[in-house]
Design a protein around this ligand. Structure first.
Ligand code: SAM
Length: 449
């Protein structure tokens, strides 16, 4: 990393110019439309090696540039501190569905929008006046009162799943963040090690429903919410997981079936997706490999979301089973798939989840864990292995998981320790952090019992 003194306006602008040239040259050469803020813009740059390196450099330089140009004083007294309003305005745009109030390819006036979102015109103006500064919607001319979509708002208008993810990120889990310091103070301050109790996490002590005692995130999802149908929170979370499983990692996206040799399993293999939510991964894999039988296990409250997500013609291949993974696994399968499950739990519970598979395991049964696998941050010679934009995403994931569950994403060594502590008959076949595709790490295990 450049020494802090080298992060100057001149140096940064040189990086920005050089990296931008690399990207635009590639786009021109391959006749690919470049991104803009117009609603018809492509939603990402091509995730190819020729572009990725320059893109990462650019992201890093722009971040630093923004900080320098804002100036430390403004950055720390207004700009950064009040980003909370970016979040609340995004929440309003989403909850009041401003995205459908303006037609794609068209425009709408403030009174027209106000009618659709059912808010006073004064508030609509306030929300849009703020939103345009984040490039959500644009006014056709200064003070015209007529608004059109930008690439950002159009993304929400075109992807209904993005709304669920936004609700999950802001309304469902955002309020937990204000309890992080309280959790540190109560349970970790003055100790050698941070708390590893789920019930002491910021999410648990937030007790947003005012029950009078700490509530785990999973139990919070089971509570009903005023003005919402029964099971609303669990169904919303399941849909949000479905959306984010398809969303792009900073370096593009591997398809869900690319991580494992599904075709190498004998035909008719039984695959259990432990904590598989509404079955989004199994549906995609089954569509590629219909020769297998897929069982999605999750909490009973998720079944409705599963029923809504899996088309009738796939029901003979993919079924739902209500199962608590803190009880012994009854289904004898060829492969158990756990995607983004163990990272929700500190070691004590994660070990228990793995041990609960044992009663059903036959020798040679496979366990595929798809999680972030943190690889060493540096090459041992003082250089970072991953670009800053990717390290930022890892830090962000850590913050999200720690807020909700008092757990950090695991490193290669931590995965090894967890799996082998659960039972030495688990043999790790391979572990792969997938480089910059941080959300696609994989641990492959075989049962040698
Ligand atoms: C982070 S989500 C991952 C969902 C899915 N595997 C995916 O990758 O999209 C964790 C899942 O674990 C489920 N879960 C939580 N506690 C559970 C329990 N005790 N037994 C079974 N499933 C549980 C949740 O309902 C949720 O679907």
């Amino acid at each position: 990393m450049a020494h802090l003194k080298e992060l100057t306006l001149e140096n940064l602008v040189a990086t920005i110019t050089e990296s931008t040239n690399t990207i635009t040259t590639y786009l021109k050469k391959n006749n690919i439309q470049g991104p803009s803020l117009h609603e018809d813009s492509p939603v990402s740059l091509p995730p190819v090696p020729e572009v990725l390196g320059a893109r990462f450099k650019l992201l890093e330089a722009i971040d630093a540039m923004q900080n320098l140009v804002s100036g430390t004083a403004y950055h720390n007294s207004a700009d950064l501190l009040f980003r909370v309003h970016d979040t609340s305005i995004l929440d309003v745009l989403n909850q009041f569905d401003f995205y459908s109030a303006i037609p794609l390819g068209g425009s709408a006036t403030v009174p027209e929008i106000a009618k659709k979102v059912n808010l006073p015109e004064k508030l609509v103006r306030h929300v849009l006046n703020y939103a345009v500064h984040m490039y959500y919607f644009a006014e056709t001319a200064p003070d015209s009162g007529v608004f059109v979509h930008t690439s950002n708002s159009a993304f929400f208008a075109r992807n209904p799943g993005a709304s669920d993810w936004c609700t999950h990120a802001i309304a469902q889990t955002g309020p937990f963040s204000l309890h992080v310091a309280e959790s540190y103070r109560k349970y970790s301050a003055g100790k050698e090690e941070p708390s590893q109790e789920v019930i002491e996490s910021a999410a648990s002590i937030a007790d947003l429903d005012r029950t009078g005692h700490p509530v785990t995130f999973w139990d919070y999802l089971e509570h009903s919410e005023e003005g919402k149908p029964k099971g609303y929170r669990a169904a919303l979370f399941a849909r949000a997981m479905g959306f984010i499983s398809d969303a792009l990692a900073p370096s593009g996206n591997l398809e869900v079936w690319d991580d494992f040799e599904w075709g190498s399993l004998r035909d008719g293999s039984v695959i259990v997706d432990v904590g598989g939510s509404r079955g989004h991964d199994m549906l995609k894999i089954a569509q590629k490999f219909p020769q297998h039988k897929y069982i999605v296990e999750d909490r009973p409250s998720v079944e409705e979301a599963f029923n809504a997500a899996i088309p009738a013609e796939w029901r003979s291949n993919i079924s739902f089973r209500a199962h608590d993974f803190f009880s012994p696994q009854p289904v004898q399968a060829d492969l158990y798939y756990l995607r983004w499950i163990l990272h929700d739990w500190p070691d004590k519970e994660a070990k228990q989840i793995l041990q609960n598979l044992i009663p059903a395991l036959k020798p040679g049964a496979l366990i595929v864990i798809k999680e972030r696998v943190k690889t060493p941050a540096t090459d041992g010679k003082g250089n970072y292995v991953l670009p800053r934009a990717v390290r930022r995403q890892i830090a962000l994931n850590d913050a999200q998981m720690h807020t909700a569950f008092n757990v950090f994403e695991r490193s290669v060594d931590q995965w090894r320790e967890l799996v082998l502590n659960a039972d030495p008959r688990f043999e790790i076949l391979s572990m792969d952090g997938k480089g910059a595709q941080v959300n696609k790490g994989i641990v492959k295990i075989v049962w040698r019992g």
